[in-house]
Design a protein around this ligand. Structure first.
Ligand code: KMH
Ligand code: ZN
Length: 304
């Protein structure tokens, strides 16, 4: 309780400064916490953590570990067996089918970001599988070194329109504040429909940082009827998770963003990262959403 009071005090100070009306401060009942596991990514390698999944079997193992620990969404990139990222829809189909056998009701959210350097149509292939959700990256940013993750306005419109046509809910990935502005503009023009669901990807080398003021800035910039999840990169993963938990937001963890359970300690699985968020949420009095509840919170169709 003392811990909760302390957290509340800190949040109080932060949010007052930013004019942020947090659910916690209003003592509102919060929705349950949706945990997303970004199990694989496109950039992280077995050299960084031997548990990073490449093969179908490894993807299933990692998805199941996350699901069993409390994740209701799997954000999915796929690889060839040698670890090369691919957006091949057949590979996605095989991996998704295998994950669904092991985790029947989990929400699978394929990436349309793919890897830096892929073409738009290459990236968009998983849409043909009509998943419940897909990511929609809302702007261009540097991605370290010479890498640039390119998402022009026309690319975002093109991806958004295809998702609107098929009734697929986008997770609006924003790496900076300007990308929220882009999403709001494209919503007004009909390329993105409400209710909007954002993913604040924070701490990328080229995007917004992962400090509390950065979080408050993004959090305060989305519409009141929007939902959000926060994906903190590297050392930002768990501090940002804590902020989202107390604010009534949602959390993404996983090897795509961070391979460490704590400083210098590699996570043995994505499930270990999810389990840590579950423990944090319990301490802070937030319940965990199962996939059925996550669908309801996000406005997805119920699955039978
Ligand atoms: N791999 C990054 C270049 C997404 O999944 O939509 C892009 C990315 C975003 O991971
Ligand atoms: Zn991704």
């Amino acid at each position: 309780m003392l811990f909760q009071r302390k957290v509340k005090e800190i949040t109080n100070n932060l949010c007052r400064g930013a004019g942020l009306a947090s659910a916690l401060l209003k003592n509102k009942t919060m929705e349950k916490l949706i945990i997303t596991a970004a199990i694989s990514g496109a950039e992280v390698l077995k050299e960084h953590n031997p548990a990073v999944p490449y093969t179908i079997e490894e993807c299933v193992r990692e998805a199941k570990s996350a699901y069993d620990a409390g994740a209701s969404i799997i954000h999915l990139h796929v690889r060839k067996d040698d670890g090369t990222p691919t957006q091949d829809k057949n590979r996605f189909k095989e991996v998704i089918n295998a994950i669904q056998k092991a985790c029947p009701d989990v929400i699978i959210q394929p990436s349309t970001g793919g890897a830096v350097g892929m073409t738009d149509d290459e990236r968009l292939q998983p849409i043909e599988l009509n998943p419940e959700m897909l990511t929609l990256d809302c702007g261009t940013c540097n991605f370290g070194g010479d890498e640039v993750f390119v998402n022009t306005e026309n690319t975002i419109k093109y991806f958004g329109d295809r998702m609107v046509e098929r009734g697929i809910k986008p997770e609006l990935e924003v790496f900076d504040k300007s990308m929220i502005e882009m999403a709001l503009r494209l919503h007004k023009k009909g390329h993105i429909v409400k209710p909007m669901h954002f993913d604040f990807v924070m701490g990328v080398n080229g995007g917004i940082g992962g400090d509390i003021r950065d979080f408050v800035f993004l959090r305060g910039s989305i519409p009141d009827d929007a939902t959000y999840t926060v994906a903190g990169v590297g050392r930002y993963e768990f501090p940002l998770a804590a902020l989202a938990i107390i604010d009534g937001g949602n959390v993404r963890v996983g090897f795509e963003d961070n391979v460490f359970l704590s400083k210098g300690v590699l996570a043995k699985s994505n499930g270990e990262l999810v389990a840590k968020v579950v423990r944090m949420a319990k301490e802070l009095g937030r319940e965990i959403a199962n996939p059925t509840e996550a669908r309801q919170i996000l406005g997805l169709k119920p699955r039978n």
